[in-house]
Design a protein around this ligand. Structure first.
Ligand code: ADP
Ligand code: MG
Length: 231
């Protein structure tokens, strides 16, 4: 895998007159847990959707795992796992059927991966439960399992911990740490500022603009400076 897992150059998306993402320059080294922080409406999901080939940029470019998301979209897609804000699980399919379905869609080669991935995310005991009968935390696990069945080197997670209880949040982060230890690059959005400390590098986006990039300590210092300025 290339040293830079996710790279954007002046990546821009407009919706009419609204500039949702404004000339974004990012470089996320392979193996990082990159936290993409910012309040609601700041452009996080729009950025991820462009990186995952779900939305066409208005200007600029982006590459994932070395593949230009527009010019080499098929190769880019195979390198990507995506867990969206509203993960389209099939409520009538069981846990293992959902994983098999999404895995096949994104190029999972070995059917034995379904069981493997269920064990990896700790959902094997729910294999035959229909997705519609799972609680929020379990649904999140299933969405994660479905997103990684084809073993993508880069995984995008859009607010994976939004709306789940603190225990489920903690457990989900533990799974993400496991994945990162296994070499997967993680690109995670969150509006929970306390989750910044789980990340090895961070970007802070506001009104479409990247205001800050660095490590968790850089962000802490910037916030302290901002708080001091507001007093
Ligand atoms: P975030 O994920 O950080 O909450 P989004 O990327 O969803 O932010 O949205 C950024 C801005 O773009 C918001 O003002 C939002 O209303 C707008 N936006 C997002 N998607 C669309 C769309 N399909 N059409 C029009 N405006 C959109
Ligand atoms: Mg969003």
């Amino acid at each position: 895998m290339p040293a830079i897992a996710v790279q954007t150059h002046q990546l821009t998306r407009k919706f009419g007159h609204l500039v949702a993402v404004d000339r974004l320059d990012l470089a996320v080294p392979a193996g990082e847990i990159f936290g993409f922080l910012g309040p609601n409406g700041s452009g996080k999901s729009t950025t991820i959707r462009m990186l995952c080939g779900l939305l066409t940029p208005t200007a600029g470019s982006a590459a994932v795992d070395g593949h230009d998301v527009q010019k080499a979209s098929d190769a880019a897609r195979r390198s990507i796992g995506y867990m969206g804000q509203r993960f389209g699980l099939y409520e009538d399919l069981t846990v293992q059927e959902n994983i098999a379905f999404y895995g096949a869609l994104y190029g999972m080669k070995d059917p034995a991966r379904v069981r493997e991935v269920m064990q990896q995310v700790g959902i094997a005991q729910k294999a035959d439960t229909r997705a519609g009968h799972l609680s929020g935390g379990w649904k999140q696990r299933l969405a994660l399992a479905s997103a990684i069945a084809h073993s993508p080197p880069v995984l995008f997670l859009d607010e994976p911990t939004a709306g789940i209880d603190p225990v489920a949040r903690r457990e989900l982060w533990d799974l993400l740490f496991d994945l990162a230890r296994g070499g997967t690059t993680l690109f995670v959005t969150t509006h929970y500022m306390d989750e910044a400390e789980h990340c090895s590098s961070l970007g802070y986006i506001f009104q479409g603009r990247l205001l800050l990039a660095g490590g968790p300590d850089d962000l802490k210092q910037a916030r302290q400076a901002a708080d001091a300025g507001n007093r």
